[in-house]
Design a protein around this ligand. Structure first.
Ligand code: ZN
Ligand code: ZN
Length: 426
């Protein structure tokens, strides 16, 4: 038995006055999503926990069956994995922004004028030698890059160098475990925990030194790089500093194959989602024309799903554009995009034994940020106890037979319906 798991990023919403107090899902004409709800079982889902607005990274970890509170320390490792870096458990990864600073290291632009084509700069920075660890540095999209530190005794318990504001000086990375807290912490963990705590302190200090060394050396290279001189001559902002943020340690994620005994593939453009799927041991498929935005090539993504179904038990189809429209506060565009995506689903509805509709978090157009509201979920396929719900929407789902589940419970439920779960007990 095979399954498609569709994930509409930020597709859930709250009632919108301009839509007659309907949510975009309620206002959209979407016969295929409604058909899945009609045939199947619906429910509400808190992706992380009630009242917790999920990030896309933690939400996708949960949707793949992991407990984000156990495996997540920061966004960096998933972004790096999404950039194609082979992460190893224990690697420390950060997101890096090419930024513009003045001679006093005050940030003038956090994105260096949204610079494109940073590869020559990234190659030059890659030549740096750090004392005490290896590193991998790679350009991702636009002004973004990923930095991975690899070595022993490293820690994610360090601060950002990104001041997150224009007009502020870049920050020195600092250990999060400050000496002033020593006594308190040491007392709290006295029973056998002191050595562990001191180890953490050593790791944080070592990582702090390495990141500050990386910042200093990369600045020396970038400020004199020919590409930046050329940019200045053309009146463009030089990309002369790398702001670091989103630090995290790469967890060991038990691959889906071991965890559930199924093979999985992922059709997604967003680097973060690709990274989560990759670290979960899934095959991540490149789809030309998939952009992670509303201009994405939906037909190409559908074809990729059909292709991947031939060799995988589970195919995750992630579509991002809803979230972008929500952050823009654009309800009509969100409705329109829901209708376009729904049309694409018509040829997927019967492509696998099961099809499940899920959403990683609610992003209300009125709030323009993720909120903790539950999202609707629907599963259709053989043997499913179909309920009375015949519409896929936030409010209709509350009446469904699944009741209310957590994000990390969705995949086990689906795997059980697929007949692939293991009995607990005799
Ligand atoms: Zn998201
Ligand atoms: Zn978002």
């Amino acid at each position: 038995m095979k399954a498609i798991l569709f994930i509409g990023d930020g597709m859930a919403d709250r009632p919108v006055a301009a839509l007659g107090n309907r949510t975009p899902l309620e206002a959209a004409r979407k016969p295929n999503m409604d058909e899945i709800a009609r045939r199947g079982i619906s429910g509400e889902m808190y992706t992380i926990a009630p009242g917790v607005p999920p990030g896309s990274d933690t939400a996708h970890l949960a949707l793949l069956g992991y407990d984000p509170y156990e495996v997540y320390t920061g966004r960096g490792p998933f972004e790096a994995a999404g950039a194609g870096i082979d992460m190893r458990p224990g690697d420390i990864a950060l997101r890096a922004n090419y930024a513009t600073v003045d001679d006093a290291l005050v940030v003038k632009d956090r994105r260096a004028g949204r610079i494109q084509g940073t590869k020559p700069l990234t190659d030059a920075v890659g030549q740096i030698k750090l004392s005490g660890a290896q590193f991998i540095f790679r350009s991702t999209a636009s002004h973004r890059a990923a930095l991975v530190l690899r070595g022993t005794g490293l820690s994610y318990e360090v601060t950002d160098s990104d001041p997150h504001e224009i007009g502020k000086k870049v920050l020195q990375v600092k250990p999060l475990l400050r000496p002033s807290e020593d006594m308190e912490l040491a007392r709290a963990i006295l029973a056998g925990g002191v050595r562990k705590y001191l180890g953490r302190r050593r790791g944080a200090n070592k990582t702090t030194k390495l990141l500050n060394e990386f910042s200093r050396k990369s600045y020396e290279i970038l400020k004199n790089h020919p590409l930046n001189r050329e940019r200045v001559m053309k009146g463009l902002l030089p990309a002369n500093y790398l702001l670091l943020r989103g630090v995290g340690i790469a967890p060991h994620l038990k691959p889906l194959r071991e965890k559930f005994g199924i093979t999985g593939a992922c059709v997604a453009a967003a680097a973060l989602v690709r990274g989560v799927c990759r670290m979960a041991g899934m095959t991540v498929i490149d789809v030309p024309g998939a952009t992670g935005s509303v201009d994405t090539d939906l037909n190409a993504k559908r074809e990729a799903v059909l292709q991947a179904l031939k060799t995988n038990d589970l195919v995750v189809l992630h579509v991002k554009g809803f979230d972008e429209m929500s952050h823009d506060g654009n309800a009509p565009a969100k409705v329109q995009f829901i209708e376009r995506v729904d049309a694409m689903l018509s040829s997927l509805i019967d492509a696998a034994d099961f099809i499940a509709l899920a959403i990683d978090h609610t992003t209300p157009v009125s709030v323009r940020e993720h909120t903790g509201d539950p999202v609707p979920v629907a599963i259709a396929g053989p043997g499913v106890r179909a309920d009375e719900v015949s519409v896929y929407s936030e409010r209709a789902a509350a009446e469904g037979g699944l009741g209310r589940i957590l994000g990390k419970e969705l995949l086990p439920i689906l795997v059980d319906l697929m007949g692939r779960s293991k009995k607990f007990g005799a």
